[in-house]
Design a protein around this ligand. Structure first.
Ligand code: G3H
Length: 239
């Protein structure tokens, strides 16, 4: 049997701040881009002042001045994961690493060497639409009806201009077909909602449970698909 290893990306600063969605690294790149433009041929205090303004423009309230993709533990996890994968799949020449197209999974995969990496848009986190970048508290306060509808039926609830869990499950179909076809191990580095759906497929969990499946950070779920059925092992890499 060949294993499928499922894991969430290393903890991001958005995770720490309780913000859903986003693509932190991109925000950082945009910040640097504007900064470079804006500071051409000026120097000193004026630059510092402009940096502060940019921070205010680009960070949401509550963010710190330093924009980083990872929390400290998130960064350590990426390194631990790469050690684990390189050791676990040492003799598996044809193994591959699949990520989403979002920076936090690509960065989590980046320390892993020796295996091809494939980015799938279908592995991107559930699209929270107009709620992207908000905390659950903010949604509850500013959009109470949306909050209640999601609470009532998390599986079917679709974020305005975004997705529902059912949408995510549907878009995962080609990923699942490809995973089933693979003969070599695959490491899937993705996001909470997506991994809930993938895991449910392999662990044969009912549809209605999917949005509530526990999918902890910094943990690898190894699924072995053998002739006698599916076996599961968990590796918690951080305390
Ligand atoms: O939005 C991002 C989360 O990872 C999905 O979690 O469906 O429990 O809100 P949730």
């Amino acid at each position: 049997p060949r294993p499928i290893l499922l894991t969430r990306h290393g903890e991001s600063m958005d995770n720490v701040r309780g913000r859903i969605g986003g693509d932190t690294e991109l925000r950082w790149k945009l910040f640097m881009f504007i900064l470079r433009f804006w500071t051409v041929s000026t120097s000193g205090l004026w630059i510092q002042f402009k940096e502060k303004i940019l921070e205010v423009i680009l960070c949401k309230p509550g963010d710190n001045a330093v924009i980083s993709v990872y929390s400290d533990t998130g960064e350590i996890y990426a390194k631990k994961l790469s050690n684990f994968v390189e050791k676990r799949l040492k003799s598996e020449k044809a193994a591959s690493i699949w990520t989403s197209t979002l920076q936090r999974t690509i960065l989590t995969a980046s320390p892993i060497v020796g295996f091809p990496k494939i980015q799938w848009r279908a592995l991107d986190e559930i699209n929270a639409g107009v709620c992207d970048g908000m905390t659950y508290e903010e949604i509850k306060r500013n959009m109470p009806e949306e909050y209640q509808s999601r609470k009532k039926d998390k599986l079917r609830y679709r974020y305005p201009r975004g997705e529902s869990y059912l949408d995510v499950i549907q878009r995962l179909e080609p990923v699942i077909i490809e995973l089933e076809r693979q003969r070599a191990p695959v490491v899937v580095i993705s996001h909470q909602a997506v991994l809930r759906a993938l895991y449910a497929y392999f662990a044969d969990r009912p549809l209605k449970e999917i949005p509530h499946i526990e999918m902890p950070l910094h943990t690898i779920i190894e699924i072995q698909m053998g002739v006698t059925g599916v076996q599961e092992k968990r590796y918690k890499l951080m305390d």
